[in-house]
Design a protein around this ligand. Sequence first.
Ligand SMILES: N[C@@H](CCC(=O)N[C@@H](CS)C(=O)NCC(=O)O)C(=O)O
Length: 218
Amino acid sequence: MLALLAHPFSSYCWKVQIALYENGTPYEYKLLGPDQPENQAVLAGVSPHGKFPVLVDGEQAVFESTIIIEYLQQFHPGKAVFIPTDPVAALEVRKLDRFFDNYVMTPMQRIVGDFIREPAQRDALTVTEAKAMLLRSYTWLEAYLVGREFACGKTFSLVDCAAAPSLFYADWVCEIGEEFPLLKGYRQRLLARDSVVESVDKARPFRSHFPAGAPDRD
Ligand SMILES: N[C@@H](CCC(=O)N[C@@H](CS)C(=O)NCC(=O)O)C(=O)O
């Protein structure tokens, strides 16, 4: 049985949960919380920076959400093909996955991280730069999404696993405005998908803890 060390509020955990759900892959959810020190101990032993999620498959522990999804595709495949077999299409998927992690998820996390700091250590410049990066990403995505239902190709891929949580939370810290209708529509389509609904609902009990304050939507 696969096990996922994760927390329901974590965006990178959503990315992997969505892939597992898409294929109906059975796994045990190992919650990382103060009441589960045994799971924290496993995480500390396998994740160099204590980052999660981590997938445990027997003796094998896999960290980095993208690599976990690549691992699932290779060793626990299902009907969803997260990275296309065609090498050119696969490069596009990997490029967009990097785009969402580096230029949407990362600035979103920076803004959230600033809210967690002591007031004296908060850094307005970090937040300004992160918001500027998000707006550039929104602008680029708005043009990229013309004629697309999913981010890459006609089927749900690794990119959509990355896009769902990153756009979900990015919109909370830097709202996707009316000038980005295709991006807003893509976010809504993702949020309507069963695999994403499952993650959104699993995280609902934790909403009040969102450091930046969760908006009254979604
Ligand atoms: N590059 C990593 C990022 C993972 C990550 O940043 N996870 C966050 C939760 S969403 C985390 O571990 N935060 C706790 C920490 O940084 O100590 C991945 O793709 O899995």
